[in-house]
Ligand binder design. Sequence first.
Ligand code: NAD
Length: 409
Amino acid sequence: MSSYETATRYFEQAANVMGISPNMRKLLRTPQREVKVQVALEMDDGQVETFIGYRVQHDNARGPMKGGLRFHPEVDADEVLALATLMTWKTAIVNIPYGGAKGGISINPRDLSPGELERVTRKFVDEIHDIIGPDKDIPAPDMGTGPQEMAWIMNQYGKYHGYNPACVTGKPVELHGADGRNEATGRGVAILTKALLDRYMAPIKEARVAIQGFGNVGSFAASFLHDMGARVVAISDVSGGIYNPEGLDIPALLKYQSANGSVQDFPETEPMNNAELLAADVEVLIPAAIGNVLTGENAGAVRAKFVIEAANNPTTPEADEIFHEREIIVLPDVLANAGGVTVSYFEWVQNRQHFRWDLQRVRDELDRIMIDSFEKVLTIAREKHIPLRVAAYILGIGRVGRATVLGGI
Ligand code: NAD
C-alpha cells in the first residue's frame, strides 16, 4: 500500500465515523496544487546532476500552508502528497492557523558536500519561490534538512521577494530562528509519552523505551525522556542499533554520536539491528525515522504496550489493525510529532512581530498546546470508543471541514 493510500485509509476511517458525504470527502482529500520541478546543479567534480523536487500544497482553508522539506533518496510524489495531507490534519489538531503542505528532493544528503547541498537548496527555491511565502506556504525542516538549509531558503527567497524571515521556519537561532525549535518535536513526543503513560497508570520512571532514529526528533525525544526518568534501552540509526537493558547514558551517547557520526559501537552496549529494535522487550516503542516500518509482517512481534509515532506514517493500516486487536495503544503521528510545527508557528509569529520569546515561554506554550490537544483527542476517543488515531483525525478533519464550509467553496 502506498503512503497516500495509507493516509487516505486513515482519513476514511474518521470520515465514516463522522458521516461525511462523498463529495465533501473528495473536496477535503484533493490537494490544491502538486508541483514537480527539475533541480539541476553542477557537482563539485564538474559533472551536472539532475534531481527531482516536489512541493504539494494540500489545503489552506485555515491559513497559509505549512510543511517540512525532506532530503531523502526515497522521496517521491506519492510520499510528499501523503505527508502534505497529514500536515493539514496535524495543524488543525493542534489548532494553529495553518493548512498543510510538504516538499522534498530525492537525494541522499550524506552523499553531497556542503557546497552541493547549498546549491541544491537554492536551486529548489529558484523553482518554487513564487508559490511559497509567509502568507502562502512556509517550509520547515524535515528528515535530512535542518537550520542551515532553512537559512539558505530564507536568503534565496529574499533575493526574489525582499527580506522576510517569516517565509521559512526552523532557521538558526542566530538568524531569526526560535529558541526551542530544534528540540520541539522531540520535546512534544516526550511530553505526550508521559501524559499517555500517566493516563494508563504506567509511571514514566518504570518505562523502558526503544527509539528507532537518532536524528533531530529521536535524539531530543531520548534526552527529554531520559531527563524524565525513563530508561531508554535501545536506539538505532540508519547504520544499525545498540541495546543495554540497564539503560543508555543519553548525554554520553549524544557526544559519542557527534564525534562518530553514528550510535554504532557505543561502549557497554550490544548491537541490535532495526528489526530487532522494533520487537525489543520494552513498554514504549518510538519509531522516529522513516515511514512504513511497522507492517502486517512485524506488528505481531512488537512487545511494547505503547507505540508513539514520532516519525510520519510509521505504521501501515495492517499493523494498526493488529495493534488494535492486541490492545497496544498507538499515539498517532498527527498528534505525537506536532510539537515541531507548533514551535514553527511560534517562530513565524515572532518573525512577523519582530519580537523574540525566551526559551521558557516557548516551552510553556508548547507544553500547553500539546497537552490541551492530547486531552481533546482522548476525550473524543473515550466518548466514541475509538482508537486515538481516529479520534485525532475527527478533531482535525472537523476543524478543516468547518473552516472550508464557513469560508465558502
Ligand atoms: P533526521 O534526518 O534528523 O534523522 C533521521 C534519523 O533516522 C537518523 O538517525 C537516521 O540515521 C535514521 N534513519 C534514516 N533512515 C533509516 C532507516 N532506514 N532505518 C533506521 N533509521 C533510519 O530526521 P528527523 O527530522 O529526526 O525526522 C525523523 C522523522 O520525524 C521523519 O519521519 C519526519 O518526517 C518526522 N518529523 C520530523 C519533524 C522535525 O521537526 N524534524 C517534525 C515532525 C515529524
